[in-house]
Design a protein around this ligand. Structure first.
Ligand code: BGC
Ligand code: NOJ
Length: 814
């Protein structure tokens, strides 16, 4: 069953039924000002940091789940009936409801009693504000007298404090209203120099800024007293809960259309120019009034929207493909790339499943997100890499996350995850392959944000690598630390206290528990680092990295091998995890996927054997599960993984992030059919028809699909912010379609399904447009390339030497 459809030409998903199984959301903004918006206009906005600069309030874990947002109400002033064109919060029986989620905007609307209304929400490029363009049309044969109301609830900035510290916060709220613009200025009188504003393009019939005055003491957002009464009360908030609401009266002739623009924004004043007149307590608004005026003008708003459209046109234009598979085309060309932008911007901080107060930008996560993002905005990727590296510890280890506003690392969600440092090497390598910008390696970067500790980025990479060399266990495999990629494999934790966080509780300084996954990651990182070193003519260093990498590969093949597949780990007692000797958790996806992705065991059949076992034991019709059999008990020596009921999350759920490791592994074995089959099993668009089972948005990946041990097998959870976005993008584009960045140039090595006659693609790479067409003439993966008509040796297209801006590449697969 579906709840909408893809409009690929407009790059939109069109939701045609408001009561989707879960809120189906979109992101507004892609630079500093962000909003989350659901298909019923639920959600909230923030500036840079969802925790520290929350602009509007949102109540998570609400009933219904999605409640509170950017709500518009319309009221027929004659019948006195009122409704919301976005369905929530009034939930009237609307006709023609649609929500069009597009690239950085959403348009939500419907018809009710002959009044058609829709609102376009977006964030203009380069601005810290959002525009709501409400269009109302009278489709009746008679004239209509309508009141339109806007509404938002301000958050008192720190979302965590806002949701908990009521004894203080009920006293601090302050606003100003000037020329119909509502200014939210809680704490501006003291240490803050920022405020929010909410303006309207039309003359107001009234406004409200005190929540109780708008809603009435016992009403919810579905029945605001002032809307029901037909007039706002011009309330001024003192303490309690400041809100913003405008009322505009519209007299509409039959067929007449009117547009009202609302602008909600964030502004910072220079500290010495906070007040106007100086010495007063009144916000200096001179600095922001021109901006507000600009976007309240519908023509300017339209122009900004057009710019946003062009921006996405050019970003997505960097890579476009035309394959025989519509789901591949639409995900690669539109939605998967778009989701990569969201994961890059948000890491795992703010979605409908990540509350925006729990997690900042993850070190491991953000580095991996680069794999799917770097081509879209290399300059921003560079900045991110340098920010991440500046939080690295002098030991080479890493804070697990940092807050985007302060850019400082913290241990709020734990530390000592021994895989973390290696992802920096993977991220930097992806950046170098994309850009060829070797200068980044010489950029001076602090350790732990300590001034004076600057060293070239290259040294950070060395320390990342060496971090593992000084943390090896009894078999010579890397010690796991708190956990590796799998946050829930807490082999040194031994938690027996209810409510204790597996992520942050004191860990044993374990010297026994080892990770075969980190071994695979180390082998790959070592090779990448060696390639970087040899490019810098550091031959001895390159040899050292290669030697360490080869040594670890051998250890993995010896001590990390279970006979038919790779082990997952050794526990604190030296016992095997992910072995046929285990009762539960006999085989895991991560070590088998990543080791084969890294090329371990390709020559001696072990990679093939491991992935065959994955296929037999872990692959399901809804994707590949983390491990089997699922843990049915809590194992204290295993940690959080065994805390989840079987089939969910890391305990045998389909963790979509790691499925691409197996896809890539299969391409390394030359198995295009199986790689693509795995890709399709979790491709959200390919799952659209089962939206009633899948439940999450069909246009973006979710972190997890319940595994076969779960009663809700096939149900997705935790959509949007997941490493799944980058890894799937990387797997399909670089390994299955095989259009791969390398230090030497663009490599073309498709491993596509045998029944594909070929495909075409356009890729802008280092300033050159590559027009690529691949034709299948045989069933294998052998490629013969011609570049501008001349055959070349190998599969790396050399960068054009004559300043050429376009290159035609033809590939014949046999
Ligand atoms: C989840 C992980 C998550 C971790 C860190 C765990 O409870 O299962 O997926 O990464 O928490 O927040
Ligand atoms: C989600 C985290 O963001 C990611 O870093 C981790 O690898 C996975 N969970 C698996 O535990």
């Amino acid at each position: 069953m579906k709840f909408g459809y893809f409009d690929d030409l407009s790059r939109e998903y069109v939701i045609t039924q408001p009561d989707t199984p879960l809120p189906w959301i979109n992101y507004l903004g892609c630079e500093a000002y962000f909003g989350i918006i659901s298909n019923t206009a639920g959600g909230y906005s923030f500036y840079r940091d969802a925790r520290l600069r929350r602009i509007t309030r949102y109540r998570y874990n609400n009933v219904p789940m999605d409640f509170g947002g950017r709500y518009i109400y319309l009221r027929d002033n004659e019948s006195k009936e009122f409704w919301s064109p976005s369905w929530q919060p009034t939930r009237n029986d609307l006709t023609d409801y649609t929500c069009r989620h597009g690239m950085g905007y959403s348009v939500i609307g419907s018809s009710y009693d002959g009044i058609e209304a829709h609102t376009r929400y977006f964030v203009p490029l380069g601005e810290n504000l959002e525009v709501w363009q409400l269009t109302v049309t009278n489709k009746r044969a008679t004239k209509a007298s309508i009141s339109a109301f806007s509404s938002i609830e301000f958050c008192l900035w720190d979302a965590q404090d806002d949701a908990t510290n009521f004894q203080r916060n009920f006293n601090t709220g302050q606003v100003e209203v000037e020329d119909g613009v509502i200014y939210h200025k809680t704490e501006y009188r003291e240490r803050r120099n920022h405020f929010a504003y909410f303006g309207c393009s039309e003359p107001l019939a009234g406004f409200d800024t005190q929540r109780d005055a708008f809603l009435g003491p016992y009403n919810g957002w579905d029945k605001p007293a002032a809307v029901a009464a037909g007039h706002l009360t011009n309330s001024i908030a003192h303490g309690w809960s400041p809100i913003g609401a405008h009322q505009v009266k519209l007299e509409l002739a039959p067929g007449e259309t009117r547009q009202i623009v609302f602008v909600l924004g964030y502004h910072e004043n220079p500290v010495d120019q906070k007040f106007d007149p100086p010495g007063s307590q009144t916000i200096n608004k001179k600095t922001v009034k021109p901006t507000i005026a600009k976007y309240l003008d519908p023509k300017q708003a339209d122009a900004a929207f057009e710019q946003l459209r062009q921006y996405w046109e050019s970003v997505l234009g960097i890579f476009q493909v035309n394959t025989p598979d519509i789901h591949t085309n639409r995900m690669v060309n539109i939605w998967n790339a778009y989701q990569c932008m969201a994961t890059f911007n948000m890491s795992r901080s703010a979605s409908f499943y990540e509350s925006g107060i729990g997690r900042g930008l993850g070190f491991r996560d953000s580095n991996q997100d680069l794999l799917g993002f770097v081509h879209m905005a290399p300059a921003r990727a560079r900045e991110r890499i340098l920010d991440l590296a500046a939080t690295q510890l002098p030991t080479g280890g890493a804070y697990h996350q940092y807050q985007p506003l302060t850019k400082r690392g913290n241990n709020d969600i734990g530390g000592g995850f021994n895989d973390d440092p290696h992802w920096l090497i993977i991220g930097v390598s992806a950046y170098l392959k994309e850009t060829g910008d070797w200068s980044i390696l010489d950029a001076p970067v602090q350790y732990d944000n300590e001034p004076g500790s600057e060293q070239p980025l290259y040294e950070h990479l060395q320390r990342s690598f060496n971090y593992t060399l000084s943390r090896l266990g009894p078999h010579g495999l890397p010690l796991i630390g708190r956990a590796d990629w799998n946050d829930c494999l807490n082999l040194n934790c031994f938690s027996d206290t209810p409510g204790q966080s597996f992520q942050t509780t004191t860990n044993k300084e374990g010297k026994v528990a080892e990770s075969v996954f980190i071994a695979g990651l180390f082998v790959l990182a070592g090779r990448e680092l060696a390639a970087i070193a040899s490019h810098r003519d550091l031959k001895a260093e390159a040899d050292k990295y290669l030697a360490e990498s080869a040594k670890m590969e051998k250890i993995t093949l010896d001590s990390g091998w279970d006979g038919e597949w790779f082990l997952r780990a050794y526990d604190d007692f030296g016992g095997k995890i992910g072995s046929k000797e285990c009762k539960e958790g006999k085989i895991f996806i991560e070590s088998n996927g990543f080791c084969t992705l890294a090329g371990i065991g390709l020559d001696d059949g072990k990679a093939a054997s491991a992935l065959a076992a994955v296929n037999q034991q872990l692959a399901t019709k809804h994707g590949i599960v983390v491990q089997q059999p699922a843990y049915t008990h809590y194992y204290i020596e295993m940690g959080e993984i065994s805390s989840y009921p079987p089939g969910y999350k890391e305990n045998a759920g389909v963790f979509c992030h790691v499925n691409p490791w197996v896809m890539i592994g299969e391409t390394r074995l030359g198995h295009g059919d199986l790689a693509f089959d795995y890709y399709s099993r979790i491709n959200p668009s390919a799952r659209e028809e089962i939206s009633d089972l899948h439940r999450c948005e069909p246009y973006v990946y979710a972190q997890m699909i319940a595994g076969r041990d779960a009663p809700s097998f096939g149900e997705a959870k935790n959509s949007w912010l997941t490493g799944t976005a980058a890894w799937n993008y990387y797997a399909i584009v670089q390994w299955i379609l095989g259009i791969r960045t390398s230090l030497e140039g663009l490599q073309i090595a498709p491993v596509i399904p045998t029944n594909w006659p070929g495909f075409t693609a356009t890729r802008t790479f280092r300033g050159v447009v590559y027009k690529i067409s691949i034709e299948r003439k045989g069933n294998g993966n052998q490629i013969a390339l011609t570049v501008d008509g001349s055959p070349i040796k190998g599969n790396i297209v050399p960068p054009p030497t004559g300043g050429q801006k376009e290159v035609t590449v033809k590939g014949i697969l046999s």
